[in-house]
Write a new protein. Structure first.
Length: 256
């Protein structure tokens, strides 16, 4: 007998993606993130230091900063609305009158919204990838790379925002109030900085990495080393980072 769950889940997922494709916000976010990448590429820390703008070190170093400085509020913007929108338009009772379970509905809504969020976030890394073809005077560019962009984006950005996305989605679903979610998105910055300075700063280096959701304390490279050495480095993920990422996925599952 065919399990109807994947079909119903896929239908809700596709519908959520379609609804977001008709909104202005995702396109505006993608454009903003692409512009941010342009600034990092042309006028970022690599300028004047001899760092290759497509070096593994540079990609892995830029993404956590981008994740912290740019994305928390926009994560709230996308993940607040999926369920609230259905109740606001009055179609939620119609959905539940069909043979659709709450689990199918909520998971389809969450992953549909999160997929749109990831597509918006990817505008940053896609722009950096495309800019490998552009050479400015004084800029160091290595041979074209693909895998480091995908690997570091998934590990350092997507997983980092899985927990905030699940949290914002859950709060929006329970309260049906987008303003509360947006307020939480704004408050993320002072809360995170307080968490860093009050709690994490006093811990050993290993625990600072394990307990840091955005990995701002994770650094694999001594930046005082020569550009020639840094540009040839291949960034690998240590046990502390892997434990951190596993915890993030677990916390997201608990939120949902």
């Amino acid at each position: 007998m065919t399990n109807p769950f994947p079909t119903r889940f896929a239908a809700i997922f596709q519908n959520e993606v379609l609804l977001n494709s008709k909104r202005v916000a995702p396109y505006a976010m993608a454009l903003l993130f692409a512009g941010n990448a342009l600034l990092w590429w042309g006028w970022g820390p690599a300028t004047g230091r001899g760092w290759a703008t497509n070096a593994d070190f540079f990609i892995a170093g830029v993404l956590p900063v981008y994740s912290f400085m740019t994305l928390p509020l926009f994560t709230a913007l996308i993940m607040a609305d999926p369920v609230i929108r259905d109740f606001r338009t009055g179609i939620a009772p119609l959905i539940f009158s069909k043979p659709v379970s709450r689990a199918e509905y909520l998971l389809g809504k969450f992953f549909g919204g999160f997929f749109v969020l990831v597509c918006c976030q990817a505008a940053f890394v896609v722009t950096l990838f495309v800019l490998q073809a552009v050479h400015k005077p004084g800029m160091v560019v290595q041979d074209v790379k693909v895998f480091p962009y995908i690997k570091h984006f998934l590990v350092l950005v997507v997983i980092s925002h899985l927990v905030p996305a699940a949290f914002y989605f859950t709060v929006g679903t329970l309260t049906r109030n987008a303003k509360i979610v947006y307020g939480l998105g704004v408050s993320f910055y002072p809360l995170y900085m307080t968490y860093q300075t009050v709690l994490l700063k006093s811990l050993p280096s290993r625990w600072r990495i394990v307990l840091d959701p955005l990995l701002m304390n994770w650094g694999k490279v001594d930046r005082t080393r020569s550009a020639e050495v840094v540009n040839q480095l291949v960034i690998t993920y240590d046990t502390d980072l892997i434990v951190n990422r596993a915890m993030m996925i677990l916390f997201a599952a608990i939120c949902l």
